[in-house]
Design a protein around this ligand. Sequence first.
Ligand code: GSH
Length: 222
Amino acid sequence: MWTLYQFPLCPFSRKVRIALAEKNVDFALELEYPWARSDRLLGLNQAGQTPVLAGEKPGPLVHSQAICEYFEETVEKAPLLGSGSAARAEVRRLTAWFDEKCYAEATNPLLLERMYKRVVLRQPPEARTLRAASQAVALHLDRIEALLGERRWLAGATFSLADVAAFAQLSVADYLGGLGFSGYPDTKQWYSAVKSRPSVRRLLPDRMEGLVPPPHYDKLDF
Ligand SMILES: N[C@@H](CCC(=O)N[C@@H](CS)C(=O)NCC(=O)O)C(=O)O
């Protein structure tokens, strides 16, 4: 059986967990905190990053996009990249947008200030960085609201890896108290639709040790 090395607030591990669950691929979870630099994680991935998927051939598979694309190519059920070159290019563009820009500008600063400083460094968060992260979250919500003005799902008419990647980033911000939907009605409806999927409901009960999410975090009517 596959084992996913991850921690509950790693957005890239969430992306992989949702994609694998959509495709009905079974896997166990093992906890790894990248900052602990464990020999086990470094042995699986020299970069010392999560997620890593191992335990079956051709594992270990490293990097969320490489893992998701491996299963896209090998499991027919629940295609997540869309059909046709143009559709796939759009799914990949938006997936990269959330993986790279949303993570760098919004999720990662929130993780550093509200998770890493609290749980590992035992330091208070910096208000200036939190303000900048919150402005970045709003910019990404603006972008999503605009996309949903034209489409049912982020990349088009069907649920795709772009929705998975966006939800993975935003749900971490949500856990950390950094997400609100005031002024974003279409985004709230989309977030609720993604949250209701069985693949997503499975990961909502997970908790990061030492950090309690807001009460609405795992509720379907939030
Ligand atoms: N692009 C990679 C990013 C993975 C990543 O940045 N993981 C974070 C945890 S959420 C990590 O391991 N950070 C520690 C580090 O970069 O040293 C992917 O999609 O898998």
